[in-house]
Write a protein that binds this ligand. Structure first.
Ligand code: PLP
Length: 381
């Protein structure tokens, strides 16, 4: 590889088996948003994560939208959501004309703070308006601390939508990430640990709800020969071709987790001694898939910011990105209520100092060494 070839943050990594499923779909003419690959991919994901049922859809965002619909979220309702996440976690709240209330992160996992959640519930309960759902995000491949979060939600009888778009293959206390909430959501976007180019999955132990998700995602067509519709539906089903890619990818998911964890370990070995650099911790309660290696940069100690590093890498044709800008700081959600972790805006601090390094399972050791060499050079300056 020449020096200037681009190194990406997280690019698709095919196993080679995907094309076999695609060819079979072509030879049988299953070129539709239904078919054997869709049925089997659903079953294989459900088995992998240990949940009863799964509905394959066109994106993770669609899966979150369907979950909100199935929980009866309506205009004016409240939905709690982790603030430190990609906007797709909360956009479906707006599709339903509901109101998000954002919850801060805690430092040990960078995920939803149970303390902040408890405060938000106590506020909502005093106001006499509890949320219809809590969207808990498993950031950068690491599960949130779901036991205490679930205990609080159970106390108020509010269901959890586990946004596991980034955490397929990770675990929480031995259980699969995405299997703990009332609903789990996965994304197979091109940058995820496994991909179908674009796609998502909604999982749940509730067979009735997953059947309803399939119904709603195929234009809510009533079981009649003529085209009859009683409910408003969506065109959200995954295509049989893309489900074929997913089946080929799922076979190598465990290797992909291992590879991403190795990428993390190599960065950690090379950089963790530097005073002023701190890696995203792996909380004791789980195993992260290390979808992206994230770290924070202490400007006071190092004399430069995370943006300086991102720029320095970009000059060398290496893609790095800031940690997600928290949703409570987004113009889109201006005025939304937000609950801090123990009086500290943890997510804001992580955003201001955090960045993600190239982390693909197909990142070669040689390319990673190049990234590390440049990082060390930038840090020495
Ligand atoms: C945390 C999180 N939630 C939801 C999504 C939405 O998934 P999709 O892009 O498949 O709609 C993504 C990724 O894109 C994500 O990172």
């Amino acid at each position: 590889m020449t020096k200037n070839e681009r190194i990406y943050l997280s690019s698709p990594h095919m196993s080679g088996e995907e094309s076999l499923y695609i060819e079979k779909a072509f030879s049988e003419n299953w070129i539709a948003p239904l078919g054997p690959n869709v049925d089997k991919f659903e079953k294989e994901i459900a088995d992998y994560v240990g949940v009863g049922h799964a509905a394959a859809v066109s994106s993770g965002t669609a899966a979150i939208h369907l979950a909100l619909e199935l929980l009866g979220v309506k205009e004016g309702d409240i939905v709690f959501c982790s603030t430190l996440t990609f906007v797709a976690s909360a956009n479906p709240i707006l599709y339903k004309k509901a109101k998000p209330i954002f919850i801060d992160s805690e430092p040990s996992s960078w995920n939803m703070s149970p303390d902040a959640l408890e405060e938000a519930f106590s506020y909502a309960s005093k106001k006499g308006k509890l949320p219809k759902a809590v969207i808990v995000v498993n950031l950068y491949g690491q599960s949130a601390d779901l036991d205490p979060i679930k205990e609080i939600c159970d106390k108020y009888d509010v269901p959890i939508i586990e946004d596991a778009a980034e955490s397929l293959g990770a675990t929480y206390k031995g259980r699969a990430s995405g299997s703990i909430g009332k609903f789990g959501v996965f994304s197979f976007n091109g940058n995820k640990i496994i991909t179908t180019s674009g796609g998502g999955m909604l999982v749940s132990d509730d067979e009735g709800l997953i059947n309803r998700a399939r119904f709603l995602s195929t234009q809510a067509r009533d079981p009649a020969v003529h085209y009859q519709h009683t409910y408003m539906g969506y065109n959200y089903r995954m295509s049989n071709i893309l489900a074929g890619i997913g089946r080929g990818q799922l076979k190598v998911l465990n290797n992909r987790v291992e590879a991403r964890r190795e990428v993390f370990s190599r960065y950690f070995k090379a950089l963790s001694d530097i005073d002023g650099i701190k890696f995203m911790p792996e909380a004791i309660f789980g195993m992260s898939n290390r979808w992206l290696t994230a770290l924070t940069v202490d400007q006071k100690k190092l004399g430069f910011t995370r943006s300086d590093i991102i720029h320095g890498l970009e000059v060398e044709n290496i893609e790095a990105r800031p940690v997600w800008k928290p949703l409570h700081l987004q113009p889109l959600f201006k005025g939304s209520k937000y609950f801090l972790h123990k009086g500290k805006d943890v997510s804001k601090e992580l955003f201001q100092s955090g960045l993600c390094l190239p982390s693909g399972s197909n990142l070669t050791e040689e390319d990673q060494s190049r990234v590390i060499k440049i990082l060390k050079k930038l840090i020495k300056k």
